[in-house]
Design a protein around this ligand. Structure first.
Ligand SMILES: Cc1ncc(COP(=O)(O)O)c(C=O)c1O
Length: 392
């Protein structure tokens, strides 16, 4: 390990908890530990904190507090949106087709696949372009009354591409088909105003925007048919049973409020660093390509594929040199198979194996990026020549 502090360049995987968020959460672990469902003063105090948090989230989404459901993570939010809306659509109007894309996070894609494999729904995967983007005309051509719901990712976690959600969602709204978006990567950088986005459901996870892990939100527009996927107590308007995790709910709301207030400043900072990474990598490394859209991409997200490089070797070498990066989504790390998302974009197996995702955050500075760019080309060259020797 080098002497200097390691540089964390994996903010799409997770972010540290903002100290202001931690401060807001702390009283709810020890002094104000009541269960919001209890009638006594402890319960009332906890309930008031949950309802304050719900209002704060609603203010950022520009929705009604009763449209905000707290869940245990973004994965649960995605699962509830898909299962809940699919079941409701089938029982209310006999609709059975679920439209989504092959570049979704597995929290959406695997849920849709299970609904098709085990629950008699039909899966309709929309084609995406070379940047992983869905064209509104493609979606329009697939919409009819048999569609139970549409789920399309807002900003892609592996390649950073931003989808035209308002246009896509508007097509569904015209036909009264529920539209869900996974906004997990978008939070803190793109608008979450649900009327501008025109969405009926939207998923968030706090740890992607400097909040705690283990807490998420599902926005559900009033009137959207949804059946609960987790049953038990009557919490969250009967749509998500389970005792509220009060400290984490408070933390999520404070993190989202801060992220929205400070968004412009952070996004400008991220974009400068990202642009320096993209141009440095393209200039100094041969046989490398940017993945995802060149302009319509997340401000903090640089992702590449390289020919003849084992992405996992590169990550290990970078880690040894003091840089924490990723080769795709965190869930995929350690998997020697290339990512399905990259293969879907038409990238060959050989190039897709050499994927690298670099995502900057609030504390990343230009000196970190300079140090990173100073070591990366040599590491890539070393891994390429090791690979060639192994082939001989
Ligand atoms: C786009 C997207 N959706 C969903 C998730 C799932 O989040 P969690 O594992 O926190 O539930 C992630 C996490 O990486 C993500 O990037």
């Amino acid at each position: 390990m080098p002497d200097s502090k390691p540089v964390y360049l994996d903010h799409a995987a997770t972010t540290p908890v903002d100290p202001r968020v931690l401060q807001a959460m702390l009283p709810f672990f020890r002094e104000r530990y009541g269960n919001p469902s209890s009638l006594h003063r402890y319960g009332q105090q906890a309930e008031a904190a949950v309802e304050r948090a719900r209002k704060a989230v609603a203010a950022v989404l520009a929705c009604r507090p009763a449209e905000v459901l707290f869940t245990s993570c973004a994965t649960e939010s995605d699962n509830l949106a898909l299962r809940g809306a699919a079941w409701a659509a089938r029982s209310q109007r006999g609709a059975r087709r679920i439209i989504t894309t092959p570049v979704e996070h597995h929290a959406v894609l695997h849920t849709a696949m299970q609904l098709a494999a085990d629950f008699d729904f039909e899966l309709d995967l929309l084609p995406v372009d070379e940047y992983g983007m869905v064209a509104p005309s493609t979606l329009a051509s697939r919409l009819d009354q048999d569609v139970a719901l549409v789920s399309i990712i807002y900003a892609n976690n592996e390649i950073g591409t931003i989808n035209p959600i308002p246009e896509l969602a508007a097509l569904c709204r015209q036909r009264a088909i529920p539209f869900h978006t996974d906004a997990v990567q978008a939070a803190g950088q793109l608008t979450l105003n649900v009327d501008e986005l025109q969405v009926d459901m939207l998923s968030l996870g706090a740890h992607k925007f400097y909040g705690p892990k283990g807490i998420g939100v599902l926005y559900v527009r009033e009137g959207t048919p949804l059946q609960p996927a987790q049953t038990g107590g009557g919490q969250e308007f009967g749509l998500r049973a389970g005792t509220h995790n009060v400290p984490l709910i408070v933390g999520l709301a404070e993190a989202l409020r801060l992220a929205a207030d400070e968004r412009d400043r952070h996004v400008a900072h991220y974009a400068d660093l990202r642009d320096a990474i993209v141009s440095g990598v393209i200039e100094h490394i041969p046989q490398v390509r940017l993945t995802g859209h060149p302009e319509k991409r997340m401000a903090n997200h640089a992702s590449f594929v390289m020919r003849g490089v084992d992405g996992n070797h590169l990550l290990a070498a970078l880690d040894a040199a003091g840089f924490a990066c990723s080769s795709g989504s965190a869930c995929k790390t350690g998997n020697p198979e290339p990512s399905d998302v990259l293969l879907t974009l038409g990238i060959s197996h050989e190039w897709a194996l050499g994927s690298l995702r670099v995502t900057v955050g609030r504390d990343t500075c230009s000196a970190d990026v300079e140090r990173f760019l100073a070591v990366l080309p040599d590491l890539v060259q070393r891994i390429r020549s090791l690979g060639r020797q192994e082939e001989v």
